[in-house]
Design a protein around this ligand. Sequence first.
Ligand code: ADP
Ligand code: MG
Length: 908
Amino acid sequence: MATSGGGSYRNGTHRNSLKVDRPFSMNSNPKTSVKSKPLSSSGLRRSSTGSIGAAKDDAGVPGRVRVAVRLRPRNTEELVADADFADCVELQPELKRLKLRKNNWDSDTYEFDEVLTEFASQKRVYEVVAKPVVESVLDGYNGTIMAYGQTGTGKTYTLGRLGEEDTAARGIMVRAMEDILADVSLETDSISVSYLQLYMETIQDLLDPANDNIPIVEDSKTGDVSLPGANLVEIRDQKSFVELLRLGEAHRFAANTKLNTESSRSHAILMVHVKRSVKGKHSALSSEKGSNLHMKTLRPAIVRKGKLVVVDLAGSERIDKSGSEGHTLEEAKSINLSLSALGKCINALAENSVHVPVRDSKLTRLLKDSFGGTARTSLVITIGPSPRHRGETASTIMFGQRAMKVENMLKLKEEFDYKSLSRGLDIQLDKLISEHERQQKAFENEIERITTEAQNRISEVERNYEDALEEERVKYQRDYMESIKKLEEQLVKNQQKHGFEKVPVRSEDDCSALTSNTESSKISAVEEVSELKKLLQKESLLRKAAEEEVNSLKSQLAQWKRSEASGNSEIIKLRKMLEDEALQKEKLEGEIAILHSQLLQISSEADETRRRLDRGGSGKVPGDLDSLFSQVKLQQQEPGNGEKASVAKLFEQVGLQKILSLLESEDSDLRIHAVKVVANLAAEETNQEKIVEAGGLTSLLMLLRSSENETIHRVAAGAIANLAMNETNQELIMGQGGIGLLSITAANAEDPQTLRMVAGAIANLCGNDKLQMKLRGEGGIKALLGMVRCRHPDVLAQVARGIANFAKCESRASMQGTKTGRSLLIEDGALPWIVQNANNEASPIRRHIELALCHLAQHEANAKDMISGGALWELVRISRDCSREDIRTLAHRTLTSCPAFQAEMRRL
Ligand code: ADP
Ligand code: MG
């Protein structure tokens, strides 16, 4: 009722002067506008969530929540039922006003950011309500588009129509993705989508309904909320997106209400993550002056991460009007819990209250950023024309009026892309390493070349010198011999001459003659001496020349020696350079190691944070293998939060092969710890493939066969159960005789936990369509049934799950016509236990058995046994009393479609 101070007029009198800046930055004539840039054109100052170089001012820019009202045309029922009555509202779109009739003569007037009549096209609604938000998201802001209103007033029509039968009917979700895909570049940017429903305070993945109860995770630093458990599907084209919406819609739980049989009682939430790389100069982060030179050269790319949230709320009508029955009362309360919490938050924000009760519901936690946060938010409130729903319409209008007062502070979601920086660093590092290696090799080759050349030159010079010396020596010898010879000849000549002259000196007569002879010989002797002197002189001249020659050769040799020495000093210089290079290389390698360890630390910190967020704990990292094992031992005795972290660390440090090899260790204690570590690793899906590849599965099966130790059996069976979640592994397990081994283990085990693991492993195998015959043939069903001797509810729950899985596969096979005849479960005698436990007080056991019964009943061939075994009455009970509506409906449908059951029921 428009009696309070909201933005309303009465009888044309303005009761409240709204300080409305022009509603929706989109102008009122979308045809003429090409693309509005509401954020940048407002001179908006950008801030950032990036930790490095984050903009100093984090305040953002004000951006009020925009609210449009949309009136649905009268529907067929209203055309008849309200034929004699006027609509309860009258719209004045040009004044952006709405009049809500009180009676024939009085009405309240409200002003909105946009007023959309019953004739407004889907295109116009998109452009006015959603387009500015979508554009903000493309610019790196968060955005929210939400529809609020009574069931049947057109929320889903406005947001969710796929428009396949009529393209003009496309709703906001489809059009938003068209605009996003047109604006991004798929080479550098990415779009990913989650689609969820919030129903009775439980978040379920609409893309994978089995994934329910998804937790909301809040970043303690930024306060951002996220749903890491939800499927995130990358979108590359419009067709796959529409397919995804269709899939989500098919999964959406719709409860019938009096008002509209198609309407949904749940809130549907579409999240579109748009991640874009920004060229340096356009970014807010990159415009800052980096003081660190190093940082500048290694500047990472910048990414903007805008998130678009589209929320199709559940109907806002009060519970008494919805005509809900049975357990939907509880459901309606939960729906009202989220919706009323939203209303309370909006009231608190509109009144600038200090406390905003955001934490009261999941919806308000999820929409934390949309109201009073950093997102650009646009709300469309949908109303119907019928005067019969005037009360609901009025309360919807008041909701819209209050939401208009909510101010958000828009903030750019921009951060450095550390991943690609680290990738870039790695590439740069590798380039440097190979360049260094190349240079070093070339350098070594050059040194080798110079050394050989110098050595060649030295040996050549030595050779030359020796040759020259030898030549000289030979020449001298020859000359010497010649002169000796000459002298000897001369001597002989002289002796002959003297000897001849001496003989006649015997008489006095000869005396005068003798005297004259002596005279002449004296003369010839003097001549001879002078000749000899001359010869001697010549000889000494020759000798001098030879000595000079020797000296010059000597000096030549010295010169060669000198040049050799200088060659050596060059080698020393080169060697020094080589050492310097090696030193440089060592330093570079040191830096590489530091960078690597930093990278490792960053990623392990990230893992740590993620794990802490997941489990709210912290893991201590031990140093060596022994202490790691003792750490693991400790934690296994007292399972805590750090366990997985240490095991992961162990995995990283020790390596899988080594851990697996310990499974065969002599030391039984070590063997137990190794199998525990492997089991812990196998619990993580990411490790499973690696374990199987490394032969871990075979080793685990071997342990079942070879070990006598119950602990080893229990842990190994647990690991096998984990590995058996994956279809390929299931085939491997069967192929390696896994069923036989598990059966023997089951038969010998006493400990309920061992039995639970074995039953869990077999239960997983039971869910594989291809392995049904083999599994039964090798005694899998008998083994399962054998384990019920242990009455522990955990074991029974796994047995029941296995039976349900098996029955499901069988009913699928029957449906496809690939299986005829009685169920193998019945053949193997499972029915009495099933009937006996169909109403087990433990709900996990009961649920599985109820499902198993429904599946068995699908196939006519089982009917006779089911009737005689009392299963029919359990089915009847389930169809009446089961608290889960889907199982109840399934049981009911099965009963009514089976002629044999019908006949038996009639008979009794
Ligand atoms: P809600 O999601 O609010 O419960 P729906 O979107 O399912 O409502 O709309 C209820 C019915 O009204 C649907 O049959 C829908 O096609 C029709 N409808 C809703 N809005 C319009 C509109 N603006 N024009 C024509 N039909 C509409
Ligand atoms: Mg709807």
